[in-house]
Every structure is written in structure tokens, then in C-alpha cells.
Design a protein around this ligand. Structure first.
Ligand code: IPM
Ligand code: MN
Length: 346
């Protein structure tokens, strides 16, 4: 499209700071004939304190009309844990059917990794985004007593598993290594594990060019550290994907570089792009937040909307910027944004 109608949810903590830089780079990379229109939504801790609302239906309706959503971060120590996570972030993912939670990991040049040597890391986690343990299916009995019983039931449907597995196969087929790894825990979680494994095995017959393998999630965490180069595309459920992608970020330069897309592949609803990191209230307002994860999320956004050349320009700019970074002379959030904007414009 020759225009982008973007909803922006800056959110809490460092969210507004990193989003400002993401928008700076987005404006700089877009050619003059692509019109960018942004609408900011006041959602997060401030709104909740002011009105008690997390995501009212009216906002949800208005958000639906945009081409995509850019989100900074949600969460604040002044709001009880879970209120904004469930009432805003997860509500958006569920309401807009973001069943593909796409989280690429790549070890950029000159980036610190705790791993020995410099393994060649370039994989993408396709995390299921609408089911599993995240649906809130559970309850508590005799709450607060010594006899309390709490349950969280993981929901895995054939429909939900098949569609995300298909998406992962499509992505694997389009990559040079053409490899798909299913991560689960089917030696213990036999019911859901069976559904996931059978689905992958069945769909694999349609993709003879893609090789598949399976890892239990505990073993996968070992390989993330000892042999990350073995991974290409990983498909996994919502919670395993959450945990694995923080580990993936830690071994590829830190959470300051990890980007994500909450994608509704059919385009029925707007997809939402956000850094994997949280609102980091401890450094909010200090200019210390690294906006790179948000900038890379903007690249994912552009790719999703069909602006591949601009997405690559941003990723190349990040790569070049990282190559020149010097830990001894840290830059502010805005300085990094300015440098990246200058590179993509040049
Ligand atoms: C993430 C976050 C969220 C998640 C939280 C804030 C609900 O950790 O995007 O990875 O668990 O998905
Ligand atoms: Mn997480």
C-alpha cells in the first residue's frame, strides 16, 4: 500500500521513549510517496489509574481499523501484577487473533554474547499466541487458606495448533536451511504433546523439502546455549515460546535487541509489533533504554505490510550501527534513534 495507517500504543515505563525512536526511524526509511499516519492510544498504567480501564471496547473497535499497531511496553509497579498484562496486552493478542508470535534471533556483528566463541545464530521462534496456558482457563479454590487449590489448564486445539504449525512450515520452506524444530515436552505433557507432534508429522508430508526434528523444552534450553546454530525455525506453544525467546535474546546481545511481531496472517485484524522487553520502570526517563528492539520490530512491521526493501534497510542499518558500537561510550536512547534514522535515510 502507498500509505500506512498506524496505531501507536506507547504504554508504560520506557515504552514511550523507545516508540519515539521507532517512529523516527520509520519516518526516515519511508520513501516520500508512502504516507504515514499515526494515531496514539492512551492505554496502560496512566489510563488505568485515571479511569480504571485497561482496554475498553470502544478503543478495541477503533484499533481494528488500522493497518498495524506499534506497541512500546506495558506494565508498572503501581498496578497489580496481571491487570495490564491480561487486560491489555493479552486481550489485544486474543481479540486480534495474533496466533503467530514471531520472534527472530540473530547474533549481529560486534554484539556481546555470553556464549563461548561466536556461534552463527540465525533462527526464528514461531510462538503460538492465542492458546496454551495463556488463555486463563483455571481457577482457585479455598483461596488464601492452607488448603488452597489452584489450576491453570492449557488449551490446545487441532485448529489452533495446525494453523501455527502451517505458518512455521511456510517460513521454514522460505529459508535457506529449511529446517523446523518442534519444541514441547511430550514425555510429560502427553495430551497436548501428542497433538503438537502428530500435527507436525502430518503437515511435514506436505513439505518434503523441510527437515523436521523434535526437542523437549528442557533439552532445547541446553542447545540454545551449547549449539544455537542447529536451529532454523522453531515452533512451540505459548508459554514455552515465552521462556525460550527470553533465553534467545540473552544469547544474542540481550533483550535490548529482541524484536517481535504478533501476527494475524490472514489480515482480518491488524498485527501488532513490539519489543520483547518490558517497561523497565527502573530506567524509565534516564535515556538508557536501547530503542534497537523497537526499531527492529518496525522492520518486522514493514515486512508484514509488504515493504521488504525498507525492512532490510532498517536491519542493515542496525547491523552497521552495532558493528560500530563501543561499550565504553554509551549513547542515549535518542542518540541511537538519530543514528539509525540517519543511516536508513542515507
Ligand atoms: C512477552 C511478555 C508477555 C508474555 C507478558 C508481559 C504477558 O513476557 O511478550 O514475552 O508473557 O507474553
Ligand atoms: Mn516474555
Amino acid at each position: 500500500a502507498r500509505s500506512i495507517d498506524l496505531a501507536v500504543i506507547p504504554g508504560d515505563g520506557i515504552g514511550p521513549e523507545v516508540v519515539a525512536e521507532g517512529l523516527k526511524v520509520l519516518s526516515a526509511v519511508l520513501p516520500g510517496d508512502i504516507k504515514l499516519e499515526t494515531t496514539a492510544y492512551d492505554l496502560g498504567a496512566r489510563r488505568w489509574h485515571a479511569t480504571g480501564e485497561t482496554l475498553p471496547d470502544a478503543d478495541l473497535e477503533r484499533l481494528k481499523a488500522h493497518d498495524a499497531i506499534l506497541l512500546g511496553a506495558i506494565g508498572d509497579p503501581s498496578v497489580p501484577s496481571g491487570v495490564l498484562e491480561r487486560g491489555l496486552l493479552l486481550k489485544l493478542r486474543f481479540a486480534f487473533d495474533h496466533y503467530v508470535n514471531l520472534r527472530p534471533s540473530r547474533l549481529f556483528p560486534n554484539t556481546a554474547t555470553p556464549l563461548a566463541g561466536r556461534p552463527d545464530i540465525d533462527f526464528v521462534v514461531v510462538r503460538e499466541g492465542t492458546e496454551g496456558l495463556y488463555v486463563g482457563n483455571g481457577g482457585s479454590m479455598r483461596t488464601g487458606t492452607p488448603a488452597e487449590v489452584a489450576t491453570e489448564v492449557s488449551i490446545n486445539t487441532a485448529y489452533g495448533v495446525e494453523r501455527v504449525v502451517r505458518d512455521a512450515f511456510e517460513r521454514a520452506a522460505a529459508r535457506p536451511a529449511r529446517k523446523l524444530t518442534l519444541v514441547h515436552k511430550n514425555n510429560v505433557l502427553v495430551h497436548a504433546g501428542h497433538l503438537w507432534k502428530n500435527t507436525v508429522d502430518r503437515i511435514a508430508q506436505e513439505y518434503p523439502q523441510v527437515s523436521t526434528d523434535y526437542l523437549h523444552v528442557d533439552a532445547a534450553t541446553i542447545f540454545f546455549v551449547t549449539q544455537p546454530e542447529r536451529f532454523d525455525v522453531i515452533v512451540t506453544d505459548n508459554l514455552f515460546g515465552d521462556i525460550l525467546t527470553d533465553l534467545a535474546a540473552a544469547v544474542t546481545g540481550g533483550i535490548g535487541l529482541a524484536a517481535s511481531g504478533n501476527i494475524n496472517p490472514a489480515g482480518t485484524f491488524p498485527s501488532m509489533f513490539e519489543p520483547v522487553h518490558g517497561s523497565a520502570p527502573d530506567i524509565a526517563g534516564t535515556g538508557k533504554a536501547d530503542p534497537t528492539a523497537t526499531v527492529l520490530s518496525v522492520a518486522l512491521l514493514l515486512r508484514h505490510l509488504g515493504h521488504e526493501a525498507e525492512a532490510v534497510r532498517i536491519e542493515d542499518a542496525v547491523s552497521a550501527d552495532l558493528a560500530e558500537r563501543d561499550a565504553a561510550t554509551p549513547r542515549t536512547t535518542a542518540q541511537i534513534g538519530d543514528a539509525l534514522a540517519a543511516r536508513v535515510a542515507g
